[in-house]
Design a protein around this ligand. Structure first.
Ligand code: AMP
Length: 294
């Protein structure tokens, strides 16, 4: 695997090559690595980017505490067959404090947009810089961040980025907890409380299979499960898949998204729901994860 830390060097070697980009903030887990497999299916070459983007953190404590281990990430990426790892220092990503920011209206306003001010401007601006600076043919993003995926799809369309945006399934631990780099920060008690997020979403998906379509009732199922487990929910919202806007009823493709604080850690999760009663809750690993836990 080749290592890069500047945009121009990647372009010099990969311009015109059919490559898929997998953007990450590192501290890799099987969720990230599943994106690599999806990328391999759609392109000849896979380039992973690793950049802990300060612009998308609204709390400096969250940025400071975000787990980082470059050597471990580089070894894992190489093992999984990533062809090149692009890990720019802050000065390469932001040679000057950016005066230009990308704001995707509507799609970025609810849920994470309300609860983390400036978050999606930070995400969209850095993803746009990755697209412009690296020129991938495709880019793969996890449905774990369903609203982020909707924001990026819309940004790519609005700004005519010639990049195919590919969504990949949520990877979960065997007990249902969605993999997240932040899970390493959970104490054993916090981890039990964190299960309330996925349990509530699975219960809501079961209610949809039994005929429930009302957003308030689906959201209440998710909220109750989080509170019962000991998590502190920030929101449970049924949102339309494409525009990520709150939907009063499940009458098109949608996702039920939740965010909660568990101890000091903020977690998000979602399930994809369809009006025919079917759901996509992601995939579960059979055994222990490489980050520990179940
Ligand atoms: P992050 O490093 O958390 O910014 O995530 C980088 C990419 O990995 C994003 O596209 C995420 O949606 C995706 N991702 C993170 N966790 C998971 C997961 N559990 N399953 C699938 N994709 C994930």
């Amino acid at each position: 695997m080749r290592l890069f830390d500047d945009f121009a060097a990647v372009r010099a070697d990969f311009d015109g090559v059919d490559f898929a980009l997998v953007p990450t903030m590192g501290y890799l887990h099987e969720g990230h690595l599943s994106l690599v497999n999806v990328a391999k299916e759609s392109a000849d070459i896979v380039i992973m980017s690793l950049f802990v983007n300060p612009m998308q953190f609204d709390e400096s404590a969250d940025l400071d505490r975000y787990p980082r281990d470059f050597d471990r990430d580089a070894a894992l990426a190489a093992d999984y067959g990533v062809d090149a790892l692009f890990a720019p220092p802050d000065g390469e990503m932001f040679p000057m404090a950016p005066l230009t920011r990308i704001r995707v209206e509507g799609v970025a306003d609810a849920m994470e947009g309300t609860n983390r001010r400036g978050h999606f401007e930070g995400v969209a601006t850095v993803v746009a810089k990755l697209f412009a600076g690296l020129r991938p043919r495709a880019a793969v993003f996890g449905r774990k961040d369903a609203q982020q995926l909707a924001v990026i799809r819309r940004m790519a369309t609005d700004l005519s980025f010639p990049v195919e945006i590919i969504g990949a399934p949520i990877v979960r631990e065997s007990d249902g907890l969605a993999l997240s780099s932040r899970n390493v920060l959970l104490s054993p008690e916090d981890r039990a409380a964190a299960l309330g997020l996925s349990q509530g979403l699975f219960s809501a998906a079961a209610a949809v299979a039994s005929g429930e379509r009302n957003a308030d009732r689906l959201e209440a199922i998710a909220l109750d499960a989080m509170i019962t487990a000991g998590a502190q929910p920030e929101y449970a919202t049924l949102a339309t898949a494409a525009s990520a806007e709150a939907a009063p009823r499940l009458d098109g493709e949608a996702f039920l998204a939740v965010a909660a604080r568990v101890g000091e850690v903020r977690l998000i999760d979602n399930v994809f729901l369809r009006p025919d009663g079917s759901a996509d809750v992601g995939v579960r690993l059979d055994g222990p994860t490489m980050l520990g836990g179940e």
